[in-house]
Design a protein around this ligand. Structure first.
Ligand SMILES: [Zn+2]
Length: 635
């Protein structure tokens, strides 16, 4: 026993027991180790602390992450030690306390400064003693190295087991573990049948949302496994949600496959909330371990694969990600419902349908309601907004083009965000240092002086960062140089040409629109036969337009008016075949860009009531609809 190091000055202060296990799973599985950690409390009492002076810090239970940023318990421990309130810190192994060397050395340093002892099951160390300090340092290094080898070994071991389908993980609802670890269908008939019914409904509708709607209408709940700490893994029934249904449909286990490594954790994106790596889902073909017919299934593997494809398509059709997509619907992402104020989605139709896409307000839709708020075809609205955009482009050219250089602005905004976070962190650290300084006994001059120095340091850093932040703030409102101004004027005078150029993709057009337009409100209900369009420009101006609601087929592809007129003029004199040849010779093409044939001419002549060799048609060609009626600029 190294009790010689323990003095009454230590025992008058607190003894802290730091307990942690990484994940809720570990917390459950490694009860023994957790219990050992809690036993350290008794050890503190054995070493001479009164029970009232022993405190357990276990708020980091179930939190993983190799740095201390997201472990509030560790941060609290460090700050309490820094305040000189702690006489002894107890933990199971060095590695439990600090997962990386930085944290560990910081703790040793602070313990040394405030005369706090560090202990585990076997010994008590004084960081002020050079030998102990060395030992603790080595301990930290070793535990970090150990952690690394351990992790590698575990990782390899897991993969080896997984490749054979032997690695055990919590089974999805609907399966139970049989003898010798095999997967069996849940003996609970209700669970099995409800899951089968979900697959059946998806077979019928091919849309996950419809599955939710049906389940809700029929008042059916979905079985799920409790993930809360109390009652972990037990079966509960919950009202169906879209995410729950999608999760079931996405899970290959129901198709009898044993799959491991669906998620790739190698990326560098981390959650800002928990600090954990954000994984991304690999496609079926990329799954490293995929053993088919591993256990009894709820659906065929082939159907599962088909379902994934369907889900993917639906997801894109609903435009869930708000990414600018190829195709029309220029207002995607900026269209707002004029009835309820919700953002409107875009419904794309299959190419073969030759239908223009529509704007659709899906309020209530996601929750399984059958009715949508309103829907309208996109083409006439797009045309009107584009015309207004090009018209308005000259007076507000400067602003539009300023946004062209919005990339710069975006870059600055990101920089600003990062800096803001840094400033906040620095302020927090300064506050922490201040608290530590305030709490220290003024008689303890060495410590007080050191803490004061640190506090000042933190304050200076916070001020520095605030200054840098202010500089960035100024940069955001940057000035245009004369050259930039010239470039902008040039661009704006060319805008209609750029807009119509063949090389300009609809994605480019969407981007251009978004530079100038904040949002577009659409109301296709208030006035029958019309769509009221309100363009909210980024400059703050609002423009109102009225667009005629197209009658069926009006905005579908049609043969050009010139071609139709030419057909009509030839109809009295030549046969269908001759007319077709003549039009092709003159360079006309059908609505789909193909040469005219006997059939196409025949169709047009019959539709318009003209026949070959029988004089001129009675009716003149119809004018193309001019759906838009713009003007009316409101301030
Ligand atoms: Zn709506």
């Amino acid at each position: 026993m190294s009790s010689a190091k323990i003095q009454s000055t230590h025992q008058e202060r607190m003894a802290y027991v730091y307990v942690r296990q990484s994940t809720p799973h570990q917390v459950l599985e490694h009860r023994e180790s957790t219990e050992r950690q809690y036993h350290l409390r008794e050890r503190a009492i054995e070493l001479g602390w009164t029970p009232g002076r022993v405190e357990i810090i276990d708020e980091d239970q179930g939190r993983s992450g190799s740095t201390s940023v997201h472990r509030t318990g560790f941060q609290r421990l460090v700050s309490e030690v820094g305040m000189g309130k702690v006489g002894l810190v107890l933990m199971l192994e060095a590695s439990r306390l600090a997962r990386n060397n930085c944290d560990w050395y910081r703790l040793i340093e602070i313990c040394g400064l405030s005369g706090t002892l560090i202990g585990d099951e076997a010994a008590v160390y004084s960081p002020r003693d050079p030998n102990d300090r060395l030992l603790l340092g080595v301990k930290g290094t070793i535990s970090e190295a150990e952690l690394f080898t351990l992790r590698t070994r575990l990782y390899e071991g897991r993969w080896n087991k997984a490749r054979k389908g032997l690695l055990q993980f919590p089974l999805p609802v609907g399966y139970v573990r049989g003898n010798a670890g095999s997967w069996e269908l849940d003996p609970n008939t209700q669970v099995r049948e409800r899951l089968s019914y979900v697959f059946e409904l998806f077979r019928r509708h091919a849309v996950a949302r419809m599955v939710v709607r049906d389940l809700r209408q029929q008042g059916l709940d979905l079985p799920t496994l409790d993930v809360r700490r109390e009652g972990y893994g037990s079966l509960i029934w919950k009202a169906p949600t879209l995410s729950a249904v999608v999760r079931i449909l996405h899970n290959p286990a129901y198709a009898g496959a044993y799959v491991f490594g669906r998620w790739d954790y190698s990326g560098s994106r981390r959650s800002s909330k928990s600090g954990k790596v954000l994984p991304h889902l690999l496609s079926v073909a990329q799954w490293p371990v995929n053993l088919l017919n591993h256990h009894p299934s709820y659906l065929e593997w082939g159907e599962f694969v088909k379902n994934q494809e369907r889900l993917r398509q639906n997801w894109n059709r609903e435009g869930g990600r708000g990414v600018e997509r190829e195709g029309n619907a220029l207002l995607q992402g900026i269209a707002v419902c004029g009835i309820c104020g919700q953002k409107m989605g875009v419904q794309h139709h299959a190419l073969t349908e030759r239908r223009s896409s529509s704007y659709i307000c899906q309020r209530g839709y996601q929750y399984g309601d059958t009715k949508v708020c309103q829907t309208m075809t996109s083409r006439p609205v797009d045309a009107a907004v584009a015309a207004a955009f090009l018209e308005a482009a000259s007076p507000m050219s400067l602003q539009v083009a300023t946004r062209v250089m919005g990339q710069i602005e975006e870059g600055l905004a990101e920089k600003r965000r990062q800096q803001q976070m840094q400033v906040e962190q620095a302020r927090y650290e300064a506050r922490l240092a201040e608290r530590q300084y305030d709490a220290v006994d003024p008689a303890n001059r060495l410590v007080a002086a050191e803490l004061e120095r640190r506090w000042n340091e933190k304050l200076e850093r916070a001020v520095e960062l605030e200054k840098a932040f202010a500089r960035t703030e100024q940069e955001v409102e940057w000035q245009l140089s004369p050259e930039e101004r010239a470039a902008i004027t040039h661009l704006s005078s060319d805008l209609p040409a750029i807009w119509n150029a063949e090389t300009t993709t609809s994605q480019d057009r969407k981007r251009l629109l978004r530079m100038a337009i904040e949002s577009v409100q659409l109301d296709g209900i208030s006035v029958p036969g019309q769509i009221e369009v309100q363009i909210q420009w980024r400059s703050g101006v609002v423009t109102g337009l009225n667009v005629k609601r197209p009658v069926q087929g009006e905005w579908s592809l049609k043969t050009s008016a010139e071609a139709v007129a030419r057909i009509h003029s030839l109809a009295g004199k030549s046969s269908y075949t001759e007319i077709a040849e003549q039009l092709n010779k003159e360079g006309f093409r059908t609505a789909f860009g193909r040469p005219f044939t006997h059939q196409t001419i025949c169709y047009i002549c019959r539709r318009d009531g003209v026949a070959p060799g029988r004089g001129q048609p009675g009716s003149a060609t119809k004018a193309l609809p001019d759906g838009s009626n713009h003007g009316k600029v409101k301030q």
